[in-house]
Design a protein around this ligand. Structure first.
Ligand code: PRP
Ligand code: MN
Ligand code: MG
Length: 182
């Protein structure tokens, strides 16, 4: 715990805590989807780490596909208006879809993504997110699998970035305020 990036205030979830939780989520998903494995839809770029670890902890024949989305407008990502930068390769008509996210913050990205994917005729759409910030929620989202509810702080690592940095940290940490203030 003492060795971490100098921009990290403190470690919120270390590698072992993440590994144990992702293993647990994978076991639940394997049990729930034993009859018909899902197509996992990872949301680029943040979900890359959790997708890679989660997929390997689900002992079923899952497919892995990816979407990249971006908010319209001037950088503020809470508009709720989203555009597709990269769409799925797969046709999800009639399929069971499990969206894989690193974090639900306001919930606006997922609210949009849910309605977009549901319009394509899947048999079901559920969500698995490693992290959720209940205090930041602006819309109600029904999430089937949640790793950790966390405080409303700026977190980075394990896929999560600040200005594209820190995604490769193997843990989830709280970013020092001095890095993003003034
Ligand atoms: C982050 C995060 C989620 C989303 C959550 O992605 O990975 O996808 O924001 O925020 P919300 O609940 O308020 O919509 P970001 O748009 O930063 O793109 P990235 O995954 O490429 O970092
Ligand atoms: Mn993201
Ligand atoms: Mg980001």
């Amino acid at each position: 715990q003492t060795h971490h990036h100098p921009d990290v205030e403190r470690i919120l979830l270390d590698e072992q805590q993440i590994r144990e939780k992702v293993t647990e989520l994978g076991e639940q998903i394997a049990a729930d989807y034993a009859d018909e494995p899902p197509i996992l839809v990872g949301v680029l770029k943040g979900a890359v780490m959790v997708m890679a670890d989660l997929a390997r902890s689900i002992p079923l024949d899952v497919e892995m596909d990816w979407m990249a989305v971006s908010s319209y407008g001037s950088g503020t990502k809470s508009s709720g208006v989203v555009r597709i930068l990269k769409d799925l390769s797969a046709d999800i008509d009639g399929r069971r879809v499990l969206i894989v996210e690193d974090i639900i913050d306001s919930g606006l990205t997922l609210k949009w993504l849910l309605s977009n994917l549901r319009s394509r005729g899947p048999k079901s759409v559920e969500i698995c997110t490693l992290l959720r910030k209940p205090e930041a929620a602006r819309v109600e989202i029904d999430v089937k699998y949640v790793g950790f509810d966390i405080p409303n702080e700026f977190v980075i690592g394990y896929g999560l970035d600040f200005s594209e940095a820190y995604r490769n940290l193997p843990y989830v940490g709280v970013l020092k305020r001095s890095v993003y203030e003034d």
